[in-house]
Write a protein of this length. Sequence first.
Length: 140
Amino acid sequence: MKRALGALRKKKANKQTMKRNLLTFAAAGAIALGGFAIAQAQGPAGGWHGHGNPLDGISETLNLTADQKAKVQPILDQAKPQMAAIHQDEMQKSKAVMDDTMSKIRPLLAADQQKKLDDMQKAHQDLHKAMQELHDAKKE
């Protein structure tokens, strides 16, 4: 009888640990998607990954002359749309993986955990919308 109770307690503890791990993973996914929202909101107009003109960093680090800057800038300008397209593609693929992952995790959660997950996803959507509005306002 003691053995059965011990096994039952261990099984219950393992189940709670698994739920906690799944919820932690879901939270991490929501945070990762938050980064996606920020990257989406910055878009290609915000410089490479939102850090402004890459010529500034290169110029300072390499101590470029004005002539070198004039030659480097068109090369960077030409690469910018390609980099933005690659980044956009990576973000879309990442979002698809996270959406698929969350759709598999959600049914494993208790009702209160599902509500927390829904709240986290709603917060992420709100953040994405706010960042997009900020980005759009900066364009004007």
